[in-house]
Design a binder for this molecule. Structure first.
Ligand SMILES: Cc1cc2nc3c(=O)[nH]c(=O)nc-3n(C[C@H](O)[C@H](O)[C@H](O)COP(=O)(O)OP(=O)(O)OC[C@H]3O[C@@H](n4cnc5c(N)ncnc54)[C@H](O)[C@@H]3O)c2cc1C
Length: 531
């Protein structure tokens, strides 16, 4: 496989066929017109021997836009990847004290829904008005500002079958089977987007005198080496280029995020008509948390924990106890080691790392697929056809991905460090300021006397925006004392009108939209309109 023009980036080689590899291949092949003669050729090489990780099952709404853009039928995707609709996440037992009026007493529980809060579209922050309401009688913050919360509570779908594919009444993402998703993307890339596929192991990476990659050597019987102009490392934990070839330093974050192990299990439904949750459940434990993701035919459940604070035996028992009657000894519990952190740069010379190879931050907010979808889209949008333009694109890419990683770490840490749980050393240490990034500490200190506003978020590429922070802060019972600045918030009548409107919309949507399982069954039977 030859490289045609040495001053142009005409051929991209992706190493690795997990979610990161195939999603990157699809985005790049579509954006760079691989099927056309003057487009950039994309080849993906995948080891036939090393399985993909296959556990990422929760996504963000950006995936909808990406799937639509790369030409995937939403109906086919739902039918073939065991997909369900995700409208957010519910955090259970993350705080000691439940909000008064939370409908889930005695456990503390709050939602981080995916829909933009109604007040955002009016450019009007309801948080200070909610903070001034009577603590004993007010609704919890999530219920007061987001109609989606009640849909999640009742297992109601975010749209109707008559709506066109990818359109929504309430913002949604997906829960999916990661193995099926990679296989589905692979077929789409090869059959529809013109991606070349090689099934072989890369055995070595060859550099030129300037340390740019010249080609990779493979163990394929007839393709001993593959030349390309640009290389993408999607080789997962192995980090074939970023780690093994370039040895780019690793930024360890285990002093901030303590969890280092996951136990994962797939639990088939006992009743095929069982209601399907339309949000991820994240239930805190004394040394970690348990995720629970509902697909069409099974749940994906797992315990993410810190081996410094608990034993595997205890973590396993907590997982089994959580599953209750749904557990049986024939289920396989898989142990996965987690290595938290990210490389100090992602683009180096003529290569970029995307996916697990670039870094890993625990799946509490299901941010991994979002991060590599965003990275692949950025690479595609700024891909320099002329090799002379690489330096600028490299700098921008590294800056933005580093910022996204840093802000993701901070947002994940937020869930732990403002908790009032003190029932185990794990929670005590998580709230110790030495484990909290300085930038997050500054924000939290400022938000003690006034709630966050959009001006706290100075970069459009921050993965977690104002709404996300408000949900977690006030879901966790963070105490913002607005008394000193109360004179700023004079639009009380408007705020009350909006609270009433949200309440009415919540009720109406609950009546108009179908149950989640009913919508999934209809999609499987009839499909969405593609218009
Ligand atoms: C417990 C857990 C839960 C998670 N939950 C979520 C979630 O809910 N949402 C989310 O967004 N993310 C989640 N993630 C993260 C997500 O699973 C990963 O980011 C994703 O699976 C990583 O995929 P990848 O493509 O980078 O790597 P992998 O899936 O590991 O793929 C690596 C690929 O590289 C290939 N390869 C390796 N070496 C070679 C070689 N020498 N030659 C050729 N090919 C090679 C392999 O064959 C494979 O195809 C979770 C992660 C964990 C651990």
């Amino acid at each position: 496989m030859a490289n045609n023009n040495c001053s142009k980036n005409d051929h991209i080689l992706i190493i690795g066929g997990g979610t990161a590899g195939w999603l990157s291949a699809a985005i790049l092949a579509k954006s760079l017109h691989s099927k056309h003669d003057d487009g950039v050729k994309v080849t993906l090489i995948e080891s036939p021997d090393i399985p993909i990780l296959g556990v990422g099952e929760g996504t963000w709404p950006n995936l909808r836009a990406t799937l639509n853009r790369i030409g995937i039928s939403e109906t086919d995707f739902i039918r073939e990847c065991d997909v369900t609709f995700k409208q957010g996440a519910e955090f259970i037992n993350w705080a000691k004290t439940p909000e008064p009026n939370s409908e889930k007493n005695p456990n503390s529980s709050y939602y981080h829904p995916l829909s933009t809060v109604n007040h955002s579209s009016y450019n009007f922050n309801l948080a200070p008005y909610w903070l001034q309401q009577d603590k004993k009688t007010r609704l919890s913050y999530d219920r007061a500002v987001a109609s989606q919360v009640r849909l999640c509570d009742q297992g109601i779908a975010p749209k109707q079958i008559v709506m066109p594919q990818y359109s929504a009444v309430q913002e949604y993402a997906y829960h999916l089977n990661a193995n099926k998703f990679s296989a589905f993307l692979k077929r789409h890339c090869i059959e529809k987007l013109g991606v070349n596929f090689v099934s072989a192991n890369v055995t070595s990476v060859l550099l030129d005198d300037d340390e740019f990659i010249k080609h990779v050597v493979t163990d394929h019987p007839s393709i001993d080496k593959i030349n390309a102009d640009f290389f993408i490392d999607c080789s997962g934990n192995k980090g074939l280029i970023i780690k093994e070839t370039y040895n780019i330093p690793w930024h360890d974050i285990s002093d901030i995020i303590f969890n280092d192990t996951a136990l994962a299990v797939q639990v088939p439904y006992q009743d095929k008509d069982q209601a399907i949750n339309t949000h991820t459940l994240a239930t805190a434990q004394d040394a970690g948390w348990i995720w629970d993701i509902a697909l069409q035919t099974r749940r994906g459940v797992g315990h993410v924990y810190s081996s410094k604070y608990t034993t595997e035996q205890k973590a396993k028992k907590q997982l089994i106890d959580y599953l209750g009657d749904d557990y049986n000894s024939e289920l396989t519990i898989r142990k996965i080691k987690l290595n938290h952190g990210y490389h100090q740069k992602f683009w180096h010379k003529n290569s970029v790392a995307i996916g697990m190879s670039a870094g890993f931050i625990e799946p509490l907010e299901a941010s991994a697929i979002f991060l590599f979808d965003a990275a692949a889209n950025m690479l595609a949008a700024q891909f320099p056809r002329d090799k002379a333009q690489m330096t600028y694109a490299e700098r921008k890419f590294n800056q933005q991905l580093t910022l996204r990683m840093e802000r993701t770490v901070e947002f994940i840490k937020l869930h732990y460090c403002i908790s009032d749980r003190r029932d185990s050393q794990y929670w005590i240490d998580n709230c110790n300021p030495v484990s909290i990034p300085t930038h997050l500490q500054e924000r939290l200190s400022f938000w003690k006397s006034q709630p966050p506003t959009k001006y706290d978020f100075d970069n459009a590429w921050e993965p977690f925006n104002l709404d996300s922070y408000l949900y977690v802060l006030y879901g966790m019972g963070f105490d913002t004392d607005v008394s000193e600045v109360a004179s700023k918030y004079t639009d009380v009548v408007k705020a009350e009108q909006l609270f009433t409107e949200i309440d009415k919309v919540s009720e109406l949507m609950g009546k108009k939209l179908p149950k989640h399982r009913a919508l999934i069954d209809k999609v499987i039977q009839y499909g969405f309109s593609q218009v």
